[in-house]
Each structure stands twice: as C-alpha cells, then as structure tokens.
Design a protein around this ligand. Structure first.
Ligand SMILES: Cc1cc2nc3c(=O)[nH]c(=O)nc-3n(C[C@H](O)[C@H](O)[C@H](O)COP(=O)(O)OP(=O)(O)OC[C@H]3O[C@@H](n4cnc5c(N)ncnc54)[C@H](O)[C@@H]3O)c2cc1C
Length: 580
C-alpha cells in the first residue's frame, strides 16, 4: 500500500493554472504533484468495495454474448445500477457514490479489465453522457436527471459528432433557434453516437448564432429521431447511431449552462472524459500483460519456455515498465482535478494519447507472443484489437490532440514573449486554435523552483536531468515560435515533437512523485523493484525527450511533405519495377 495523501496535503496552488503549461515556460511547479496524491483511506475502502462488487458481477458477464446480442442487456444495466456502479462520482444526495475523479477512474479501470465494450458503454454513460449535467446543471436539472442516471433507471449519451464535423466540431451544422415562448428549436444530424437508441437522456450541442449552446434532450421528445445503427469493426455491443433532430422543441429548463457556452462545455466534458480513457488503457494493458506472462511461462519452444528468450523479455519488460509510467501519470491527472487545479486539459490529452497508443502496441505484442493461437477467434486478442482500434480516434483523434497539446502549451509562452502578441491562436486551423483559447486562458506566473527538490534523495539521478529537459523544452518552443511566428500553427511535425516531449517529461515527474511516496511509506530497501522500474522508465523517457527535441533541428520533414505531395499529384503509388 502506498502512502495515502489527501487534498489537505495539496492546498490550491496560488498563481498556477496548469502544471503542464508551466513546463513549456521552463517551470516545474513540483508542489502540485508532490507528494503523490491518493484518495483518503475512507474513499479507498469504498473503491475496494465497488471494484470487488464489479468483479463479482463480471463472473457471469460474457463479452461474446454481448457481441452476439449487440447490446450489454438492460438487465445488466439495472444490476450495475443497483450495485451503485452507474453514478460513481455523482454526489450521494443524488443517489451516487460521491467518489473523487481519481476514485471514479480507479473503479472504471475495472470495466476495461473486463471488456472494452463494457468500458465504452459505461464511459459514454458516465464519463461524457451525464458529466455535463453534473458539472454545469442547475439544481433543478441535477434533481430531475441525476438520481435516475446514477441508479441505472436511465442511460445517458453524448451527441456531439456530425457527418461534416468530426475533429472540427467547432464547425457543427446543427442549429438551435430561440422561439418566442422561450423554447429552442433544434434541427440537424448527429452521427456515431454511442448508446444512441438506448439513451433516455442525451446531452447535445448546436450552433446558436456565432456561438454554441448545450441542450439536454429526453427520449420521446417530438422530432428526435433515432436513425440507422452503424455496422462497426469492434465494440459490437455499443449501440452506435445516427440521430436526426427534426425541429425538436427543447424547453428553456433543458438548456445546459448559459446559452453561448456550449463549446466550452463540450470541451470541458471531453477533458474529463479523456482521463478515464487514460486509466482505462491502464486496465486493458494490465489484463493483456497478465495473459502474456501466463502464456510465456507455460509455452515451451526449442526446449525452453518462451519466457527465457531475450526478445520475449524485451517485450514483457517494455510492457511492465511503460505500464508503470503510464499508470503513474494516468492517476496523477485525475488527482489534479480533485485538487482544484483549474486547467488539466493538456495532462488529460497527454494521458489519452499515451494510454491509447500504448494499449494498441501492447495488444499487438501480446498477440505476437501468443503466436498462431493468438490469431484464433477463441482467444481474446482478435476482439481486443477490433475493440480498441477506435481509441486513438474518438474523443479527440490523437493527431489533433498532439497539435492541441503543443499549441495550447506554447500559447502562454507566445503571450509572454515580446513581439508575438499579433499571433492569432485561432488562425489558421480554426478548431485547435479555438480550443487553445477555451482552456484556461493565460498561464499565471508565480515564483517557482525550476528543478525538482521534492523527490526522494535516492531518486536524484533521475530527477536532476529533468531540469535540463524542461529548460530545453522551453528553449526549443521559444526558438520555434521565433522562427515560424504564426506559421507555427501549421508546423505539425514540430508540434508532434513538442507534444511527445512534454508527455514524457510529465510521465517522468509522475513516476518520481509516486516512487517518492512509496519510499516514504515503505522505506527505500523494500522498494527496490519499484526503483528499478522507475529508473528504467525515466531513463528511456529522457532519451525519447532528447531524441524528439534533437529532431526539431535534424529531420527530413521537407522530404515527407514533398513525397506526399508527389503522391497526391500522381494519385497513386505508381512506382512499378516493371510494367504489369
Ligand atoms: C465507435 C465510435 C464511437 C463514437 N462515439 C461517439 C459518441 O458517443 N459521441 C460523439 O459525439 N461522437 C462519437 N464518435 C465520433 C468520434 O468522436 C469521431 O469519429 C472522431 O472525433 C473523429 O471524427 P471523424 O470520424 O469525422 O474523423 P475526421 O475528423 O475526418 O478525421 C480523420 C482523421 O484525420 C486526421 N486529422 C483530422 N484533423 C486533423 C488535423 N487538424 N491535423 C492532423 N490530422 C488530422 C486524424 O488522423 C483523424 O483520425 C464515435 C466514433 C466511433 C467510431
């Protein structure tokens, strides 16, 4: 058991709006992330009881039956509701469990260990579906909707995506017009909406003039038509639908938040939704790793267990050490929310990108080690790969998230540097610039140390190099801003490097914080394994950071651009070595 720290150990940090944004300014606000935050012992007991109950329920859950029936089953929703698992973060006064964001993520990690489809259905309901009502609802709206949603009597959905507005959701075409009687008329189409025909309560978004407004729709509203179900590659139990809004009349009491604040509300919901994609990836990877360890110890080839081959150890060692790093940052991030850090948008995007990509590669390596058997449908790998392939695409495609991380991170730096005030962060790639504007505004400055002093002294050899990495991140970002000016908005190769560098810096700091807390709880000697894994993760992560920042100067970006343009011009690959 690691040291339990509570919110009291982390008083709100004056003058700092975002830990990760500060890294771009060359600052390490270690007081935010040390000591490693954990729920208080009372909440830990509650989490254990809920995860135990969920695992007990899962003994009778059959993911293949869910695929075959194309739905998890209303009975299962009811039972999960009765077990208190559908309103995890909802306050007790509305019938929920009142868990912190970290507690919510910890319980919902178990969904992902059981089945990706279950995790997505639950995620649509809790992480994004009802989240807006919890965060932005009036007392009346909370009273009307949350008790039914928390108990499983009703199910929620989140309807944002449209056929012409996927990554660029700011460009949505659904419109809402205010009527003389104060109600709103909604017209438009949403698609790829999870829990589409099952949901009783749908939070959606529409253009209202130049801005956007969020609305709560209810099943049965006139003009709300459920369209066809999409035939998906994976997540076959997820009821993915097209929804048509044909002049739906929404009463004023179903407007969520202030009219005009809809885009901000959508982004806020997705910022928290991404947190559980990070911790869900941790859950999925743990399961794959456990399966892999069992298999390679058991299976013999060439007279020895697969486990003894170096290239098998390479894969397993990578999985364990990266999982430790990912887990450390994926759980640090919801704790930032619980601490009241105003802006965690970068950190949640980092966890989403790192988590979903690690899970994908881990699943491929797990299948590889299972050999031909891994390719068979009676093993879980085929279904896992089909199910998780969408993770790097939905809730913000990872390419867009990388641009978002870099541009949002550089924004305070651009504002601070003289001569850059004319950069319009909204121009030219609308949505990403707009996103940067919506998430917390200017990074407020405060006096801070730029080295890590709060890590355990035994970790000094790992914490010292972070000073250089953070300084380099700032210098390189500043150099790029000076070189490209507002053109930085389209320099996606460079954005990707900065995004990947800051992700690995953040992950190292999370690992150091976690291991320092483990030392404080257990002492250094008994924590040798954690030290060894932390050392491995941090050493590799530091190499990746420096590699990414080196490539800012030394790269073949221009060649990639030229070759892709040639391909567009040729309209095909077309380099036959002899004519067909
Ligand atoms: C199984 C599933 C469940 C879903 N559930 C929901 C839901 O419940 N509610 C909801 O509202 N939506 C949902 N979606 C929609 C999902 O969020 C979108 O599919 C996603 O946001 C991507 O939008 P798009 O499909 O239009 O792709 P596009 O926006 O067309 O993007 C395609 C690809 O282009 C690249 N790309 C796009 N923009 C950029 C850029 N600026 N820079 C670099 N590369 C870029 C990325 O690689 C991206 O993956 C779901 C989708 C699926 C398939």
């Amino acid at each position: 058991m690691e040291a339990a720290t509570t919110e009291q150990d982390h008083p709100p940090v004056e003058g700092v709006s975002s830990f990760a944004k500060s890294l771009f300014l060359g600052e390490i606000h270690e007081e935010i992330v040390f000591p490693y935050p954990l729920p208080d012992p009372g909440e830990q007991d509650k989490i254990r009881a809920l995860t135990g109950s969920l695992r007990e329920w899962a003994e009778d859950y059959d993911p293949y039956e869910v695929e075959e029936k194309r739905w998890i089953g209303d009975g299962n929703i009811k039972t999960l509701g009765e077990r208190g698992i559908l309103g995890l973060y909802i306050p007790e006064e509305y019938g929920g469990q009142g868990l912190s964001q970290m507690g919510y993520c910890r319980v919902s990690e178990v969904f992902a260990q059981i089945d990706a489809t279950l995790s997505v259905i639950m995620g649509v309901h809790q992480s994004i579906g009802m989240k807006g009502i919890h965060l932005f609802g009036t007392d009346d709206q909370k009273g009307r909707f949350l008790p039914d949603l928390a108990s499983g009597r009703k199910l929620a959905a989140f309807a944002l995506t449209e056929p012409n507005a996927g990554s660029d959701v700011h460009g949505m075409e659904t419109v809402a017009e205010k009527q003389a009687d104060g109600s709103w008329r909604l017209d438009g189409v949403k698609h790829y909406i999870g829990n589409g025909s099952k949901a009783d309560v749908l939070v959606t978004f529409a253009k209202t003039g130049e801005r956007h407004t969020a609305f709560i729709l209810e099943k049965g509203m006139k003009g709300l038509e459920v369209g066809h179900r999409f035939d998906t590659m994976g997540l076959l139990g997820n009821d993915l639908r097209r929804l048509e809004f044909k002049g739906i009349r929404v009463p004023p009491e179903n407007v969520l938040g202030e009219p005009g604040d809809g885009f901000k509300i959508a982004m806020h919901i997705l910022n928290t939704g991404r947190l559980s994609l990070g911790t869900g990836s941790v859950g999925g990877a743990k399961r794959l790793l456990d399966l892999t360890i069992d298999h390679v110890r058991e299976r013999k080839q060439f007279g020895i267990p697969l486990a003894d081959f170096e290239l098998v150890q390479d894969k397993v060692g990578w999985m364990v050490s990266y999982l430790f790093g990912l887990e450390s940052m994926a759980y640090l991030t919801p704790a930032l929310v619980d601490m009241g850090v105003p802006d965690y948008s970068l950190e949640s995007a980092i966890c989403k990108v790192s988590g979903t990509e690690f899970l994908w590669y881990a699943a491929n390596r797990a299948l590889q080690l299972k050999g031909g058997a891994g390719y068979m449908k009676d093993e879980p790998y085929e279904k896992t790969l089909r199910d998780i392939r969408i993770f790097p695409i939905f809730e913000g495609a990872n390419d867009v998230m990388r641009a978002f991380i870099a541009l949002t991170g550089m924004k305070p730096l651009g504002e601070e540097l003289e001569g850059f005030s004319d950069i319009s962060w909204n121009d030219p790639i609308g949505t990403i610039g707009v996103l940067a504007d919506y998430v917390g505004g200017r990074a407020q400055r405060a006096v801070r140390p730029d080295s890590i002093t709060m890590a355990h002294p035994e970790l000094k050899s790992l914490s010292d190099p972070l000073t250089d990495q953070v300084k380099r991140l700032r210098d390189v970002s500043e150099g790029l801003l000076r070189k490209h000016g507002k053109e930085i908005m389209v320099r996606q190769f460079q954005q990707k490097r900065l995004a990947d560098a800051v992700s690995d810096i953040y992950a190292q700091i999370a690992v150091l914080s976690r291991v320092s807390s483990i030392y404080a709880e257990h002492g250094v000697e008994p924590s040798g394994q954690e030290h060894y894994i932390a050392e491995t993760f941090c050493t590799r992560a530091a190499q990746r950071v420096n590699g990414q920042l080196d490539q800012v100067e030394h790269n073949d970006d221009e060649r990639m651009i030229a070759i892709s343009k040639l391909a567009y011009k040729r309209g095909e690959y077309g380099y036959a070595f002899f004519e067909d």
